[in-house]
Design a protein around this ligand. Structure first.
Ligand code: NAD
Length: 513
């Protein structure tokens, strides 16, 4: 495991897990006007179960927020916007930097809660939380520098531009990185002076509310960051609400498309972080052990449930045998089991439905002619308490072709398709033959080739000799159907603000009438 993936900030008081009866799990999960509240909606058909992926245990029932709850959250955000947008950027930044400090102090509790929600291994959850603290601190620092320009014009006239907040931002997140999505969206939005109503995925509702409490403790005025829980209908009502000025969404392409449609009605701003089917090209001159590790990072982190995963692994034909041999040996050594154990490297799939979807892609691949080099099976851990969780062994497929379903569609599970190629031109052409364009990677020791390939790939993020690293400050987002807008970088602030241009006349008005 690389040092950068090992948590370096463990809290003084380590815990082994968060109990389903813990306060942050059982309290109300909506957060409006600075408090946890139950939704006013009582429709019994709009309830869902929170299930622990690790154990399959039903932890609690959650009531979805209805129209009135959303109206209220939007209204509260609108009122809070009036004052938050007028506070100096320096003061807003201070609140964010304080929130980052609180997150670091509560990192173990946050990481353990994230494990309960997602089933991901604890070391990954710690890494995510650390990254979120960094992101929030980063935007806290940038807030004061996000200003406009000054332009000197003819005859003493001049113009200046001001970066102004957009208003009330609606955020909707997916389930694979719940705390990260809430942080990546809220911190740049708040830094710019916007307020937010955030809806986490119904599969992972817990940590966004904890973030709301942390913001409050850091000094964020009530009403600036609100959380509502719910499923599809709640998301639909939020994204089509006339009181929302911008939507920021992370999830699948079909849902992203619907949200964009909903935003079109009121010409709302929109940021979309969507799916991918990213290519990783491995040339024969690479450092092969690094390439194998890179391919694993590109496919097997977070049970393969990562949007930017490089799931189409193109390996130059002359090294494919040795590549597969080394890859199989390392993959076999991965430890599947209790996500709260320190040694676990493969945790639970998010739920049965997702696990079955992954297994059906593997079955289909086999029928279409792929060879299963390793894995792709449901594993029942020895620990009896985990028997109802869905644990899959990471899967390596060889003999893949570009026309196979598993090679064309996003699986969102730990399934690596290995394809072979002979020339650089061929590899790049095939890599670009996708409706997605989120990320890509190349392993080679030829510097010129690395940059040439980077320049020719149609993707938003390109890794040379590594994969799936997200240092704070490096923009992240997709080309093609993988999305619109960027997160995690300084540019992101542009997507949470709008430019006002002010022209200043210094002379008499020159008018032909
Ligand atoms: P999803 O699209 O099913 O759901 C995402 C969110 O949208 C959930 O909160 C859901 O309740 C809500 N939703 C569903 N239908 C809606 C509608 N019609 N209107 C409004 N909201 C609606 O996605 P998912 O299964 O939660 O997440 C997996 C997907 O997310 C994958 O495609 C993955 O690639 C993508 N993803 C992308 C990124 C990125 O940054 N590009 C990051 C993580 C995940």
């Amino acid at each position: 495991m690389k040092t950068k993936y090992v948590c370096t900030f463990l809290s003084k008081r380590m815990m082994s897990s968060v109990s389903p009866s813990a306060t942050q799990v059982q309290q109300p999960l909506n957060y409006v006007r600075g408090h946890r509240v139950d939704p006013s909606n009582t429709d019994k058909n709009q309830r869902f179960s929170l299930i622990s992926p690790a154990t399959g245990e039903v932890i609690r029932e959650i009531q979805s927020s209805g129209g009135n709850d959303i109206d209220q959250a939007v209204d509260v955000s609108r009122k809070a916007f009036k004052s938050w947008s007028q506070i100096s950027a320096f003061e807003r930044g201070k609140v964010l930097r304080k929130a980052a400090e609180i997150i670091r102090g509560r990192s173990e509790e946050l990481a353990r809660t994230e494990v309960l929600d997602t089933g991901k291994p604890i070391w990954e959850a710690r890494y995510d939380i650390q990254g979120c603290a960094d992101t929030i601190e980063y935007y806290g620092g940038l807030a004061v520098n996000h200003n406009g320009d000054f332009m000197k014009l003819d005859s003493g006239c001049f113009a200046y531009t001001v970066r102004e907040p957009i208003g009330v931002v609606g955020g909707i997140g997916a389930w694979n990185y719940p705390f990260q999505m809430a942080s990546w969206k809220s911190s740049p939005a708040l830094a710019c002076g916007n307020t937010m109503v955030f809806k986490p995925s119904p599969l992972t509702p817990l940590t966004a509310v904890m973030l709301a409490e942390i913001y409050k403790e850091a000094g964020l005025p009530d009403g600036c960051f609100n959380v509502i829980q719910g499923e599809t209908i709640t998301g639909q009502v939020l994204s089509s609400h006339s009181g929302i000025d911008k939507m920021t969404f992370t999830g699948s392409v079909p849902t992203g498309s619907k949200i964009m449609e909903a935003c079109a009605k009121d010409i709302k701003h929109v940021t979309l972080e969507l799916g991918g089917k990213s290519p990783l090209i491995i040339f024969s001159d690479c450092q092969i052990d690094n390439a194998v590790k890179g391919a694993m990072l590109a496919n097997f982190s977070n049970q393969g449930q990562v949007c930017s995963n490089g799931t189409r692994v193109f390996v130059e034909r002359k090294i494919v045998d040795v590549f597969l041999e080394k890859l199989k040996a390392r993959t076999k050594a991965m430890v599947i089991g209790n996500p709260n154990d320190e040694n676990t490297t493969v945790g639970a799939s998010i739920n049965q439905q997702q696990a079955e979807k992954v297994l059906s892609y593997i079955k289909g691949a086999k029928q279409e002619g792929a060879n299963i080099v390793y894995g792709g099976e449901r594993i029942i851990p020895q620990d009896a308490s985990l028997k109802n969780g869905y644990y899959l062994s990471p899967c390596i497929l060889s003999d893949c072709r570009d026309d196979m379903t598993v090679v064309k569609e996003e699986v969102f599970g730990a399934v690596m398709s290995v394809l072979t190629f002979d020339t650089e031109e061929e590899a790049v052409k095939r890599a670009n033959n996708s409706e997605f364009g989120l990320a890509g990677g190349v392993f080679t020791r030829d510097l010129t080739r690395a940059h040439r390939v980077a320049s020719n790939m149609e993707v938003g993020s390109l890794y040379i000799n590594n994969y799936n690293v997200y240092p704070v400050g490096v923009p992240f987002g997709g080309y093609k159907k993988s999305g619109l807008g960027r997160e995690n970088g300084a540019d992101t602030l542009d997507y949470y603000s709008q430019i006002k241009s002010v022209y200043v006349e210094m002379n008499d008005v020159d008018c032909p009438y």
